[in-house]
Design a protein around this ligand. Structure first.
Ligand code: 1CP
Length: 335
């Protein structure tokens, strides 16, 4: 059994396990080389051979305990018929959302379009040591919706006028998304993934009055599906501050990833009956080695008596020095 499953499923508090969000990506020269030869990001995600190779790059380099499949949360809107483009230094851009066409999408076509992702998972599983987990992931419905109907004004603001347009029935869209996301989860597990992480990266932009309907309830429905299918799951409701407590109570996932805003000591008191993952600010890897190791110590100490998976409070930044990543892993394993 992998160390990640020992912690997440068996709640083994003595076991150590480390992986990083965005471990396969832009801070690695070997990734940048492949990326420079593949200008279309979606095409790269649909290239099973290369996706699998990229997934294994950080495992070869650092011998991490788990691999996370190289793909993107926006592969879901892509498979649901929207065109997805990544504009350099601007982030993703999706073609106009058409409610009718979206609601009409069929399961078979959706799974067919994502087949290369499942092939990449199969291939990776064959080349990954038995004692390592292969993590697959989805974007949570709210976070996907933010991109799909293009409602983010800037880094920290939602265009609520657009969200409340009469021709967009949000609940109907969320329900359809949940259904397709559960299919995507099941397909990834059937292909060989053994853990699912659910990224709700924009949960922190939801106001108090709708966070339950748009974040807690959709995440809860997906976690319920995972539990029914015995799929170990980790939720990441980024930016929701003390509402982590409500989230944990209502959604009740196997694991919860902390963001870097939340105090680990608060977490220890307030989040019960859940495995804790991550928390360390990825920016700390850009500071001095001393600061980085002090930062890591805070998390290692806070969670030494409970099941804890070492990771970050968001993805590794593109400017991170890979040698720093190596140091951090060594430090965690030796402490
Ligand atoms: O080279 C490039 O320009 C592409 C950069 C890149 C990479 C390497 C993007 C574009 N996505 C990815 C891969 C990716 N995305 C992974 C791979 C596996 C790994 O973690 O190693 C994962 C898990 C994701 C998940 C993802 N994509 C999230 C959730 C996590 C998070 O960061 O909050 C989100 C929000 C996205 C959307 C996305 N994909 C890429 C960009 C630039 C964005 C937008 C982010 C934003 O709007 O800030």
């Amino acid at each position: 059994m992998s160390t990640l499953r020992k912690i997440l499923v068996n709640k083994d508090k003595h076991c150590k396990s480390v992986w990083f969000m965005r471990q396969a990506g832009r801070y690695l020269p070997e990734f940048r080389k492949i990326r420079s030869q593949n200008p279309d990001f979606i095409e790269l995600c649909l290239n099973s051979e290369l996706s699998s190779e990229i997934t294994l790059q950080p495992i070869k380099r650092f011998n991490l305990d788990s691999a996370i499949i190289f793909s993107d949360i926006l592969m879901t809107p892509y498979a649901l018929g929207q065109e997805v483009k990544f504009i350099k230094d601007q982030g993703p851009e999706l073609s106009d959302f058409n409610t009718e066409r979206f609601l009409d999408k069929k399961e078979k076509e959706f799974s067919h379009k994502l087949n290369p992702v499942y092939k990449a998972i199969e291939k990776t599983r064959k080349n990954l040591d038995k004692d390592k987990s292969l993590i697959a992931f989805i974007g949570a419905p709210w976070t996907l919706l933010v991109y799909m109907i293009n409602i983010k004004k800037n880094k920290n603001e939602i265009n609520f006028n657009k969200l409340n347009q009469k021709d967009i029935n949000i609940n109907q869209i969320l329900d359809k998304l949940i259904k397709f996301l559960c299919i995507h989860i099941q397909n990834q597990v059937n292909a060989g993934a053994d853990i699912i992480q659910i990224f709700d990266s924009w949960a922190g932009l939801l106001p108090e009055n709708i966070i339950k309907d748009y974040c807690f309830v959709p995440n809860a429905k997906i976690v319920e599906f995972c539990k029914k299918e015995k799929i170990p799951n980790i939720c990441f409701p980024k930016g929701i501050k003390e509402k982590y407590e409500d989230f944990n109570r209502i959604v009740n996932p196997d694991g919860i990833n902390l963001d870097y805003d939340i105090d680990p000591l608060w977490v220890k008191n307030k989040l019960k009956d859940v495995v804790i993952q991550g928390g360390l600010d990825p920016k700390i890897l850009l500071k001095s080695e001393k600061e980085m190791l002090e930062g890591a110590t805070k998390y290692i100490q806070a969670f030494k008596d409970i099941p804890y998976i070492f990771n970050l409070g968001h993805g590794l930044l593109p400017e991170t020095d890979p040698d720093r990543v190596k140091k951090l892993i060594e430090f965690y394993r030796n402490n």
